[in-house]
Structure formats: C-alpha cells, structure tokens
Ligand binder design. Structure first.
Ligand SMILES: Nc1nc2c([nH]c(=O)n2[C@H]2C[C@H](O)[C@@H](COP(=O)(O)OP(=O)(O)OP(=O)(O)O)O2)c(=O)[nH]1
Length: 132
C-alpha cells in the first residue's frame, strides 16, 4: 500500500515508434510532453485505469504489455507506473492533449518531456524497442 497518488502512463509503441502527447493544462505543465495516462481512481486497478485513460484521452483501445521499471517518483506525493502498450482498436486522436507525436529512437529527446518522465524515457530507450 502507498499513500501516494498513483499516476499510470502508457508507452504506446507502433511500428517501432513511441506515442507522446503534449499537455494542454495546467498552465505550468502546458506544452510539456508526457505518456498518455492519468490518475488511478479509488478502487480501480492500475491496469484498468491505464486502459480507461487511453480510451478517454486518445479514443483507442489498448492492450498492455510489460511494466517499465518500478515506481517512478514524480514528487513526494505522486508516483508514476508505466506499461508498454499497443493499440488494438482505433487510431489515436488528441481528445485532451494539444498534439500527439510518434517518436523514433533518434527523435526521442526532440520533445520537451515533463521532468518526471525523463528517467522513464531513458529506460524505454535502453530497452531497444524503438526503431532508429
Ligand atoms: N498522464 C501522465 N501524467 C504525468 C506524466 N508525467 C507526469 O509528471 N504526470 C503528472 C501530470 C499530472 O500532474 C499527473 C497526472 O494527472 P492527469 O491530469 O493526467 O490525470 P487525470 O487524467 O486523471 O486528470 P484529472 O482527472 O485530474 O483531470 O501526473 C505522464 O507521463 N503521464
């Protein structure tokens, strides 16, 4: 058990490209890039929350794959848990974000990732799942 807020994120990979989404809000995070996802609701499993968030944010159905790392600390109050995922229904659309981008391994650091995501992105890069 943890008393921290749990945020879940999806490393959606298709054809060797990683999907990233640009936050629209709050103002201090707007413009930053993140993994699609969000907060786990009370009583909800992490995995269910992540599938739900991908549907709400991107209008797609995803199937989760492997967990990336353990708990990633976003702050003293929040942690991030990340899974790989693939789209099994639909085409991602930015319903809540400003923009979406598909990144190759070579483009991975071209966007301004939210600070908490940077170690996660390093871990994804190290897994060698992305094409160059
Ligand atoms: N979804 C997501 N949130 C992240 C990432 N990195 C990071 O620091 N965060 C932060 C941003 C927010 O403070 C928090 C997630 O909140 P959110 O606004 O996406 O969650 P939510 O969709 O459940 O939002 P809401 O119900 O409060 O509107 O975690 C990431 O890669 N993905």
């Amino acid at each position: 058990m943890t008393d921290k807020l749990t945020v879940v994120g999806a490393a959606i990979i298709s054809d060797g490209l990683l999907l990233t989404a640009q936050r629209a809000e709050p103002p201090h995070m707007a413009g930053g890039w993140e993994l699609p996802g969000g907060k786990v609701d009370p009583g909800e499993s992490d995995e269910d929350a992540l599938v739900r968030e991908c549907h709400e944010e991107l209008d797609v159905k995803v199937r989760l794959g492997r967990r990336i790392g353990d708990d990633w600390f976003l702050s003293d109050r929040a942690l991030l848990r990340v899974w790989t995922a693939r789209v099994i229904e639909g085409e991602p659309r930015a319903l809540e974000h400003t923009a979406l981008r598909w990144l190759s391994r070579d483009d991975l650091y071209d966007v301004d990732w939210l600070p908490g995501d940077r170690p996660v992105i390093d871990a994804i890069a190290a897994l060698d799942l992305l094409k160059r």
